[in-house]
Ligand binder design. Structure first.
Ligand code: PXG
Ligand code: PLP
Length: 442
């Protein structure tokens, strides 16, 4: 393959969630990808240990998805979905609905996880208002939660640096549950930790403080990804569900990362056997090939909101120009067919024990203070370097990239979430590389 000359002016692109000056001084550029591998502009193959950004679950540049998008763009490039429609929007919604827990089969399309979160929060408020409980406006998130970067998402989110600069402009009526991370009790847990279900009872304390009649919804990631892979303690999500039901509070699972096979089932809701009222989705919904997100709503929520409008009136004043964009919808249909045809969720489930063993083999590696995992996601937490939090994980990330393996890091936590097509040899190589790299990290 011939490489294009590397662009020498990197100044115009203001990069997201990036140390721009540091990056531009020593850039890492990817120019193509196929299956499990990226290729960098310096011609090296990079094994993808994190499915891009937890999103390319079927592996890169899959022919079936590329063909569906190409065909769609030359047939119908764009069509409005405000007071108009196109068939693929309805077909894609039906296919997503099929994979959702029973009853969550009404699908609202967005273009990203952040938009899905804002959409779900707005649907929650609209639902309560349609039922005559418009005073239920308070939203409950969780410390260390990541719900994207919209004002709604950072308000219910719990990652301090994402909030600090904007703290004067966050949504006014928000509270947060405590996070569940505790290495004293749970270090090196395989799968769900035994300790911590009682932390869900903090929701009762918040309900007592504000009164249930003021609370619209609780939003959590069933497995927290972005903050560094926090696995829910056994029984925790069940308890959250019980308390929400008891008080008429909607439960939203943010499944932007866990949706579409990451835990070996279509959703984390299915994996844990806990059904929320709303699920936010994005990323792997169409293998990240075209921006797309969605909210799956229970039929009760949908019917209440849609049933409340006067005949001929718009029921929900919300939507995006690109909601159910034809190319994104075509990509979603092709992707969901591919997941099914190749049994990729089952594959993830059957690889999970091997993945767990390979991750936990690093428990005695230099700097490691925790290893945790579920399905095809794992986190390895490092001791922070004195006075330089995050520096050690950054060094590990750069050295892994140089050694031909792409991983994620956040703070001093390394995160792993390979495409579900990963094989056992590739799993071994990912963690072996990390072990070798950690031995050389300061
Ligand atoms: N909710 C959750 C649970 C997410 O993980 C979003 C919302 C926002 O999605 P968008 O599409 O607006 O980015 C996310 C996104 C990482 C990382 O490795 C995680 C995400 C995005 C980019 C990087 O920490 N999660
Ligand atoms: N800003 C302006 C001026 C617009 O006209 C629109 C949409 O028409 C938007 C923002 C929202 O864009 P989108 O629908 O892509 O979210």
């Amino acid at each position: 393959m011939t490489s294009r000359p590397v662009i020498d002016d990197l100044s115009s692109f203001w990069m997201p969630f990036t140390a721009n000056r540091q990056f531009k001084a020593a850039p890492r550029l990817l120019e193509s990808a196929k299956g499990m591998y990226y290729r960098s502009t310096d011609g090296r193959e990079i094994l993808d240990g994190c499915a891009g950004l937890w999103c390319v679950n079927a592996g890169h540049s899959r022919d079936e998805i590329v063909a569906a998008i190409t065909q769609q763009l030359s047939t119908l490039d764009f069509a409005p979905t405000f007071q108009m429609g196109h068939p693929l929007a309805f077909e894609a919604a039906a296919k997503v609905a099929e994979l959702m827990p029973t009853g969550l089969d009404r699908i609202f399309f967005t273009n990203s996880g952040s938009e899905s979160v804002d959409t779900a929060l707005k649907i929650a408020l609209a639902y309560h208002r349609a039922r005559g409980e418009g005073q239920r406006t308070r939203l409950i998130g969780r410390e260390r939660g990541y719900h994207g970067v919209g004002f709604g998402g950072i308000s219910v989110g719990g990652i301090a640096p994402n909030r600090k600069t904007f703290s004067g402009a966050l949504l006014p009526a928000v509270d947060h549950l405590p996070h569940t991370h505790n290495l004293e009790h749970n270090a090196f847990s395989k799968g769900q930790p035994a300790w911590g279900a009682h932390l869900a009872e903090e929701l009762e304390r918040i309900v007592t403080l504000h009164d249930a009649s003021t609370i619209a919804a609780v939003i959590v990631e069933p497995v927290a990804g972005s903050t560094g892979v926090l696995i829910p303690p056994q029984g925790y999500l069940q308890k959250l569900r019980e308390i929400c039901t008891k008080h008429g509070i909607l439960l939203i699972f943010d499944e932007v990362i866990t949706g579409f096979g990451r835990l070996g089932k279509a959703t984390a809701s299915e994996y844990f056997g806990v059904t929320p009222d709303l699920i936010t989705l994005a990323k792997a919904i169409n293998n990240a090939s075209i921006p797309m997100g969605a909210v799956a709503a229970s039929r009760a929520i949908h019917d209440t909101v849609v049933g409340s409008g006067a005949p001929g009136a718009i029921e929900l004043f919300h939507g995006y120009t690109y909601s159910a964009h034809p190319a994104a919808a075509a990509a979603a249909i092709a992707t969901l067919d591919l997941y099914r045809r190749d049994h990729l969720f089952e594959r993830a489930a059957s690889l999970a024990p091997r993945f767990e063993a390979a991750a936990h083999a690093l428990r005695d590696a230099k700097h490691v203070k925790d290893v945790r995992n579920l399905g095809l996601v794992a986190g390895i937490e490092l001791e922070a370097r004195d006075g330089a939090p995050g520096a050690r994980a950054y060094e590990a990330f750069v050295k892994c990239f140089e050694a031909g393996v792409l991983i994620r890091f956040t703070g001093d936590i390394l995160a792993f979430s390979p495409p579900l097509i990963v094989d056992e040899e590739q799993i071994a190589r990912i963690f072996q590389t990390v072990g070798e790299v950690l031995a050389t990290v300061q």
